[in-house]
Structures are given as C-alpha cells and as structure tokens.
Design a protein around this ligand. Structure first.
Ligand code: SF4
Length: 106
C-alpha cells in the first residue's frame, strides 16, 4: 500500500466512522469542541484559525479555505462552531481548517 493509498483509506475510514457518530445528535451536542491536540486533529493538521496553518507543511492551503466553506461543515454559515464529518461528535470552528478541506459546492 502506497502512502497515498494509505492516506485515502485512512481519510475514508475516518469519515465513515465520524459520519455514524454525527448521526446521533444527542452525542454530537454533548461532546464539545475539538482540541487542536486531539490525535485526529493533529493527524489532519486542524487549527481553529486558518491563518495559523503551517503553510510549509500544507502548501495547498490558502487563507480563504475555512471550515465554514468546507463540504464537511454541518452548520449554517453564521455558526461559530459546528459538527464536521471528520470529527463526528466534536465541533470545529467556522474559522478553522484541516487537510481534509473540500470546497462546499455552489
Ligand atoms: Fe472539517 Fe472541513 Fe474544517 Fe476539516 S476543513 S475540520 S473537514 S469542516
């Protein structure tokens, strides 16, 4: 398995697991915010503030990329925090970013 294949497998497994957890609203509400030091957050390079992303480590990142504009963000545009399919039960900051960022359609 190449690094790229391994990464895709990891991301898909993570998304699937988190999507299941996110389907239980009561649990999602009770879990609180993602910590930047959480294992998954570290693995995905998550930061609460997109301006603080390590640009050398993530050269494709731009400061216009924020969780609020990501297809995995589950909140309304005005929500400061919301669930994310990658983090399941925990909420991410609307101003945040991780390496799984994918532009919201539209
Ligand atoms: Fe979730 Fe997207 Fe934010 Fe990553 S960039 S934490 S996938 S909403």
């Amino acid at each position: 398995m190449t690094d790229s294949t391994r990464r895709i497998f990891f991301m898909r497994s993570l998304a699937a697991g988190c999507a299941i957890a996110a389907a239980v609203p009561r649990l999602a509400h009770a879990a609180g915010h993602v910590e930047e030091t959480d294992d998954i957050a570290v693995a995905l390079g998550y930061r609460h503030d997109t301006h603080l992303v390590d640009q050398k480590k993530y050269p494709n990142h731009t400061e216009q990329q924020q969780c609020s504009g990501c297809s995995f963000f589950q909140g309304a545009p005005a929500d400061a925090w919301s669930g994310c399919a990658m983090f399941g039960r925990k909420q991410v900051a609307a101003t945040g970013w991780c390496s799984a960022w994918a532009k919201k359609p539209g």
